[in-house]
Design a protein around this ligand. Sequence first.
Ligand SMILES: Cc1cc2nc3c(=O)[nH]c(=O)nc-3n(C[C@H](O)[C@H](O)[C@H](O)COP(=O)(O)O)c2cc1C
Length: 274
Amino acid sequence: MTAQGLPNSDGRRRLLVLYGSQTGSAQETAERIAREGKRRHFETRACAMDHYDRSKMAEENLVIFVCSTTGNGEPPDNMRNFWSFLLRKSLPATALEHLLATVFGLGDSSYPAYNVVAKRLDRRLQQLGVKELHPRGEGDDQHPLGLDAMLSPWLEALWVSVLEAFPMPEGASILPPEEALPPRLKIKILEEGSTEVASSQAVPAFEPQAKYATHAAPCKVTVLTTLTMNLTLTLTLTLTLTLALTLTLTLTLTFTLTRIAPCKATVLSNKRLS
Ligand SMILES: Cc1cc2nc3c(=O)[nH]c(=O)nc-3n(C[C@H](O)[C@H](O)[C@H](O)COP(=O)(O)O)c2cc1C
């Protein structure tokens, strides 16, 4: 049985975007894909390959890999461990057969090892049983129109493949670009001594490995502000005291000068006269 068309084991439509990026372009691309996925009502998450908890891979079934090639055909630093893991000989040919995935590579055709990391990754994923969601895409820095020249048409075709495999919920439509996505984090200021943290946190704050940013249920973050408030109060008091002290000193100085200067002038003129 293929993974095509099956939601995750918990019945949710989840999309994982894993990236390897040296200077940020692949990361930006991955985050763009994750945002576009949200507009199609997926719970999406973009994550550097080396920051992803590999033990969770068994729970995934839709993954888009985005990676650049750096050095002289080297993988970016934040995917080296993941890549070494994939290369393990002990991994069976069925290790990733539950995954429906594709790869997009970022490279520069002026280098002899053009986009080799994406090509190798794609080949290795196939050896590990991954089912091809969509043919691999390759962006080239040398294209006169830049990365977007290859990326945008690839993404357009990708979403057709994705929605064929995972149709949108009934009655739902793609959120238009002008409609803002809900914020990823909600910040709530609590009063001192509030017990709400323990009682209301349906989603634990800052649990990067486990949670997806979801359109339906954005992550709740509660910020305890007691410390910040005390610090602000102390700073304000210190500032007020410093200002008061400066004012007093200035007034005293002005007063003293205005008293002394005429006296000196009188003494001088008296000396000259005598
Ligand atoms: C030092 C350096 C080495 C690179 N080596 C390669 C290479 O061997 N092959 C390739 O296709 N692109 C190469 N590139 C181009 C990058 O892959 C390309 O600029 C990519 O968009 C960078 O994505 P990133 O910011 O996510 O790392 C290299 C770029 C730099 C700066």
